[in-house]
Design a protein around this ligand. Structure first.
Ligand code: ADP
Length: 412
């Protein structure tokens, strides 16, 4: 063998060894890289060792980032679940990707069943379909919740590249308050307009016709009750408003019960003008704690109703019973009574069983609302029992916390 051949054979052998080593390291790399779980890199020296370490660090960082992303995703979803709003994620074509529990409850969405469904195929309320069609999402849209008596407010908010959030909120309470406010304003306007129209009519007549002094006096006499009616209405409105806005009634202020009950009885006698038998039975021993003017207003309203809805000759009994557990002021009458259907609505503002009768007797339709508010401010409740044609019993029930031992012995 020549020297050249020996050199060549040596070079080929070295190259083969080198290639074998590279292939072996490469095989290790392949096996290690194809493991799904992160493990320590295989032993290797030289450049391969550096490559393994670099790759290992890179894989560790990637896995950490992936774990962080997954955690972030879980936290975002948990956060979205905890929101008091319904949240539905929609794609560019308004198809459902995901929704939270509140959206499921509000809109009947099912994140699995409805995934990739066009949202208008699931939320079919015409107001919402029109809202999406008009594509003006600057304001929310209101609609009745499917299958319930709730009012929902829905709004689309766009984010990212043509993705959307559908937010839903239960606004039943706010919608009810708004409707009540609207009704209230309409009722007040109507109640004031009626006497005002009468007054304006009389004034016009007095102005246009040359009436003698006695006719003018007659007209003025007819105008006075209308003005009185407007004044009563405004007084009741102001009372209601002050009950709503005044600070809570004091727990330390004592209302001497006996003198208050006597006053209420004499008011009742004054209103009755001798047409009813009126009695007062009051247990001794306890006074009330709270705002005297509010309690007086509640009691006087109850006796005024008893007088107004009890025909002449009827009987009205005022009763005060008190014990450690609580106290009760009741007004019992033998009047026209109330059909049970009306009882739940009686304390609503302007609710009357018989509008004509209420007006004839000077009612404003606000009396029982005032009673309810004044009592509620003292943690007391109004109980009503009534039999049409026989009579009614209105009872104000006070908790023990509003009672104090009376300073003097009270006689019944
Ligand atoms: P009003 O000014 O009309 O009396 P209230 O709020 O005091 O308004 O009472 C509401 C309605 O409840 C009355 O219009 C009347 O129909 C009914 N009502 C209240 N008290 C009595 C009563 N003692 N007997 C019969 N009906 C009553």
């Amino acid at each position: 063998m020549t020297w050249l051949e020996v050199t060549l054979a040596l070079a080929v052998t070295m190259l083969a060894v080198f290639l074998f080593r590279q292939l072996r390291e490469f095989g290790k790399l392949k096996r290690w890289a194809s493991q799904s779980r992160l493990s320590d890199p295989p032993e290797a020296g030289g450049s391969w060792g550096e490559v393994f370490n670099l790759l290992h660090r890179h894989r560790r960082a990637t896995l950490r980032r992936r774990r962080e992303l997954a955690q972030l995703m879980v936290r975002s979803r948990r956060g979205a679940q905890a929101l008091p709003y319904g949240v539905a994620v929609l794609d560019a074509d308004y198809r459902l990707d995901w929704c939270n529990e509140a959206a499921r409850e509000h809109l009947g969405l099912d994140p699995e069943r409805d995934r990739k469904q066009a949202i208008v195929n699931v939320v079919r309320a015409p107001e919402f379909v029109e809202y999406l069609r008009a594509a003006d999402f600057s304001e929310p849209v209101r609609l009745d919740a499917p299958g319930s008596r709730r009012t929902l407010s829905l709004q689309i908010v766009s984010f990212g590249v043509e993705e959307h959030l559908l937010l839903s909120q239960d606004v039943t309470g706010a919608a009810r308050v708004e409707a009540m406010r609207r009704d209230f304003v309409a009722n007040v306007s109507h109640e004031l307009r009626t006497p005002l129209t009468v007054l304006a009519g009389f004034l016009e007549t007095i102005q246009d016709l040359k009436l003698d002094a006695s006719r003018v006096r007659d007209y003025v006499g007819l105008m006075a009750p209308q003005a009185e009616r407007m004044k009563r209405l405004i007084d009741d409105l102001l009372t209601l408003s002050s009950l709503e806005h005044a600070p809570p009634p004091p727990l330390a202020e004592r209302i001497a019960l006996r003198p208050l009950l006597e006053r209420v009885r004499s008011e009742a006698a004054g209103l009755s003008g001798g047409k009813h038998r009126i009695s007062l039975e009051a247990a001794a021993g306890y006074d009330l704690l709270g705002a005297e003017s509010e309690i007086a207003s509640a009691f006087v309203n109850l006796v005024s109703n008893a007088v107004r809805y009890t025909p002449a000759g009827g009987e009205i009994r005022l009763l005060w019973t008190a014990a450690d557990a609580g106290a009760e002021f009741s007004v019992e009458d033998t009047g026209i009574g109330i059909d049970p259907d009306h009882l739940p609505r009686l304390t609503e503002r302007f609710y009357r069983v018989d509008r004509g009768r209420s007006r004839e007797t000077g009612g404003t339709g606000l009396g029982l609302s005032i009673v309810k508010h004044a009592l509620a401010r003292h943690q007391a409740v109004l109980a009503i029992e009534s039999t049409p044609g026989k009579g009614s019993r209105f009872s104000a029930r006070f908790p023990a916390a509003r009672l104090a031992a009376a300073r003097q012995t009270v006689e019944g």
